[in-house]
Write a protein that binds this ligand. Structure first.
Ligand code: SF4
Length: 315
């Protein structure tokens, strides 16, 4: 699969088939906590980064046997709304595969554009992130492409919220020392007052991020932040609260090593994550990981006392 990955057990969405619409790593932000690593193509230009027809053909082939999934999620190794065909793909899923829900994980930077807002209105759930509403914190955490400011992002999200009829869930990633103070959280709260999302999710570093100095916010920090959002439906994302389900289709996967690389390119994972995500036995997983470690295709990093596997960055 070139454009699809998983299915993965998403902390938030359940068993999720991923759709990746941009080449690694194309994004309008270069967030310090990004699990995919440093943004190599920092851009706000909307274009057909991968062939829309190719994505649709892959979806049709994958969904033909009606696999069990909770959701089809636009996410992956960059910002999905940078793809000019996202609206056509969402509409295709709705019309050709109406039994499947769709979700869009987005950095929310392009909703100032009416065409981008219009393109995503058919998604069942949109999860934009908003880690800062003040320009200084926005620049330090999200390191945007030229022309994107916190004010533009907030105004775009307000416009989207006005037009969108699906479920809008805001994600706020807490970076200790930058946006965990009452001032910045207050600005985010004010923005959320204008956006009125169905839910606000407070998130924290869970896997190795791009910058090694970013520390995970503790449960107490997240709970303190939650208090500032009184009046909203707030959820603190519990670490690794995975559903105990097995991903379907794993036994049919012909090339476990390729599936492992596709997963690790998008998300650092523990052995446990990989066993669940790829529906693979511990022995088979160990053999494949040993081979990839031996070739230097995969490396390990320790975070919070746990071992994570990541795809070795290309030099
Ligand atoms: S976290 Fe999302 S928005 Fe930020 S750099 Fe990574 S892919 Fe882009």
């Amino acid at each position: 699969m070139k454009y699809l990955f998983g299915p993965v057990n998403s902390r938030r969405l359940g068993l999720s088939l991923g759709v990746d619409l941009v080449p690694f790593k194309t994004c309008s932000l270069n967030c310090v906590y990004c699990e995919c690593g440093c943004t190599t193509a920092l851009t706000a230009r909307v274009e057909e980064h991968v062939p829309t027809d190719g994505v649709i053909a892959e979806l049709d082939a994958y969904l033909a046997p009606r696999p069990r999934l909770d959701v089809i999620t636009f996410s992956g190794s960059g910002e999905p709304t940078l793809h000019s065909g996202i609206g056509r793909i969402i509409d295709h899923i709705r019309s050709a595969h109406p039994g499947y829900r769709t979700a869009l994980l987005t950095n929310g930077t392009l909703f100032w554009r009416e065409d981008v807002r219009r393109a995503v209105l058919g998604a069942d759930t949109i999860v934009p992130s908003l880690d800062a509403a003040g320009e200084e914190a926005f620049a330090r955490i999200n390191r945007p492409a030229q022309g994107i400011t916190a004010a533009i992002v907030v105004d775009g999200l307000v416009s989207l919220a006005r037009e969108y009829r699906g479920e809008l869930i805001m994600e706020v990633f807490i970076v200790p020392g930058i946006n965990d103070g009452a001032d910045e959280l207050g600005r985010i709260r004010d923005a959320c007052e204008r956006i009125r999302p169905a839910k606000i999710q407070l998130n924290a570093l869970d896997r190795p991020g791009t910058e090694h100095w970013v520390q995970p916010a503790g449960r107490a920090d997240l709970e303190r932040a939650r208090e500032l959002f009184t009046g909203f439906n707030v959820e603190v994302i519990a670490r690794r609260a995975l559903r105990d389900v097995q991903a379907g289709g794993g036994e049919a996967r012909a090339d476990l090593e390729r599936a492992l690389l596709a997963t690790l390119e998008r998300r650092p994972s523990t052995r446990d994550d990989l066993e669940r995500t790829l529906s693979v036995s511990p022995d088979a997983l160990s053999r494949a990981l040993d081979a990839l470690l031996g070739e230097g295709a995969v490396e390990t990093r320790i975070m919070g006392g746990e071992e994570y596997f990541v795809k070795t960055p290309q030099r």
